[in-house]
Design a protein around this ligand. Structure first.
Ligand code: G3P
Length: 227
């Protein structure tokens, strides 16, 4: 399963990339707005941090298909071919996806709250489908289950060779683990959720005890490298 960071703050992206096995960065217009910077300026800086190989997700903002298609070409031209255009799964979005299919522009279906939206995006050729797990939970439904249903619909329809989940909007690391166990294609989560995957007092206590025992044996500041 690929792991992406759902943020546009370049310092946080640098920090998480340094410590965790991250495959890409996802953004949306609200995430970009939080930076207060020019969208292409910050996105180009993110591209320089993650390198040409990292996947970068950038959302189209037009309300009609023609505008979304125009944005898709501009986004790809500005940010490289490992950039995927996020297209909302609404009728105009599906129309845009149908136009982009086979044109060499990579795209994903976003703003997904129902399994049928996800299935339609995959049928339109979307490489990923992004269900909003936490937002679905907040509507009184089961976000993880909706994500699993989309995964099953994609695989069951024979689209699994080119499409899969980029599950998004997480409120805790358990939701991420649930989808990892299910074998989904990718998740994207903000830094606190990624760090939460290993935030545990028992882990810290165990590592502290090992260090203390070793230094009691070999001397303060000693490690296996300098004894
Ligand atoms: O990009 C969409 C998704 O990440 C939304 O997350 O936390 O705003 O529900 P959130």
């Amino acid at each position: 399963m690929k792991l992406c960071i759902d943020i546009a703050d370049v310092e946080q992206i640098r920090r998480i990339y340094e410590y965790f096995p991250v495959d890409g960065v996802s953004t949306n217009p609200s995430i970009l707005a939080k930076t207060g910077r020019g969208p292409y300026e910050v996105l180009k800086e993110i591209r320089s941090i993650i390198g040409a190989e990292g996947e970068l997700f950038v959302q189209a903002t037009a309300r009609n298909a023609e505008g979304m298609v125009e944005e898709a070409w501009r986004i790809a031209a500005e940010l490289g071919d490992r950039t995927l255009v996020k297209i909302p799964c609404v009728p105009e979005g599906f129309k845009a996806m149908k136009q982009l299919q086979g044109e060499g522009i990579r795209f994903i279906g976003t703003a997904v709250y129902t399994a049928m939206q996800g299935w339609l995006a995959a049928k339109c050729g979307a490489e990923y489908v992004a269900p909003y797990v936490n937002r679905i939970d907040n509507m009184g439904f089961d976000g993880v289950q909706v994500a699993k249903d989309i995964h099953d619909a994609i695989v069951g329809s024979g689209y699994g060779s080119f499409s899969g989940l980029l599950a998004a909007s997480f409120k805790n690391s358990q939701q991420v683990l649930e989808l990892a166990k299910y074998g989904v294609k990718a998740v994207t989560a903000p830094p606190d959720i990624i760090e939460g995957l290993v935030k545990n007092a028992a882990i810290d206590a165990a590592v502290d005890q090992f260090c203390a025992d070793f230094q009691g044996l070999a001397g303060e500041g000693r490690t296996m490298a300098n004894i």
